[in-house]
Write a protein that binds this ligand. Structure first.
Ligand code: PLP
Length: 310
């Protein structure tokens, strides 16, 4: 059986990395993406107490859901491999059944032992219904089920460990937002003197009520101005921005989450969105594995690709 000490032993403290901007703010990243090198980014925080719960309940298999480029799918495969769980990924898009080998995210998850179940987009919409779950149990046997994106109460608990004494000197915490688990955990553990701004990767207005179920204060807000039209959507200006930022700072950003937050940061700094001399801490939630898949698509369209050297 797993223990919390065993899980904590995989973690190293996150580094704070400052970067220069032309604006009167002090900006830094909290490199959460480096905390457990074997499991990408904030998904470790979100999985940690779920892994403990799965072990305590006697499960040897994890099952979860995601799209073909999902950071959460890969992180679940990575965590299962690291800790000895079998893993099953229910993947949106049945057309992938004979082409997943060309997808770098799924290829890596497969190499780590994950089994896939490809479902149509329609079936995927009904994935949380009892009948759909039962069908999977008949096929695969008993499993510990983790929702798409990995957000549940145990995930929020894990994300409450991101802010620590070393992040106290900052005034504003900035984080990307997908399903809202990460911002909920951050906000729950937020010191009184700090405020948190979430940058939505997709139109996230629907998220506020769920975040409110976890967070008993109002020192958080959601910004939906920098989705660039939707989840995973990009444009030429944005790619240029990401490459310029990487070339100047050496800090790699993923195009779906941390990139859009940082794009928003520069826009807001130019508009003096915060009092001068504010200290801004950006949570680097990882997702760098997605660069390869994005570049594959950009290459096919003969467009400039994202700079990134591992
Ligand atoms: C999943 C993910 C997020 C979003 O986290 P939520 O808890 O779903 O809001 C942010 N950044 C990266 C890199 C992610 O992979």
């Amino acid at each position: 059986m797993l223990t919390i000490d065993q899980l904590h032993a995989f973690e190293k403290p996150a580094r704070i990395q400052y970067f220069d901007t032309p604006y009167p703010y002090s900006c830094a990243f909290l490199r959460e993406d480096e905390v457990v090198p074997a499991v990408s980014g904030n998904k470790w925080r979100k999985l940690k107490y779920n892994l403990l719960e799965a072990s305590n309940l006697g499960f040897d298999t994890l099952l979860t859901y995601g799209g073909a480029f999902s950071n959460h799918i890969l992180a679940t495969a990575e965590a299962g491999h690291l800790l000895g769980f079998k893993t099953i990924g229910v993947i949106r898009g049945d057309e992938l059944w004979n082409q997943w080998q060309h997808n770098p995210t799924l290829q890596r998850a497969h190499d780590l032992g994950m089994q896939f179940e490809f479902v149509t987009r329609t079936d995927y919409r009904f994935k949380d219904e009892a009948a759909a779950i039962k069908k999977l149990e008949q096929r695969f046997g008993a499993f510990y089920r983790i929702p798409e994106g990995g957000t549940n109460a145990l995930a929020v608990q894990g994300c409450q460990e991101i802010l620590t004494a070393q992040t106290d000197p900052f005034d504003f915490i900035l984080t990307p937002v997908g399903t809202g688990g990460t911002i909920s955990g951050l906000a729950k553990s937020l010191p009184m003197h700090q405020e948190i701004i979430g940058f939505c990767a997709l139109d996230g207005a629907y998220l506020a009520p769920e975040i409110r179920t976890f967070v008993p204060h109002n020192r958080w807000s959601l910004n939906t101005d920098f989705t660039l039209g939707g989840y995973g959507k990009i444009n030429a200006d944005y790619i240029r921005f990401l490459n310029a930022f990487y070339d100047q700072t050496g800090i790699p950003l993923d195009p779906v989450y941390t990139g859009k937050m940082t794009f928003g940061l520069f826009d807001l700094m130019a508009k003096n969105a915060w009092p001068a001399n504010s200290r801004l801490l950006l949570i680097h939630t990882g997702g760098l594995q997605g660069i390869q898949g994005m570049n594959q698509q950009l290459l096919q369209k003969k467009k400039p690709i994202l700079h990134y050297e591992k």
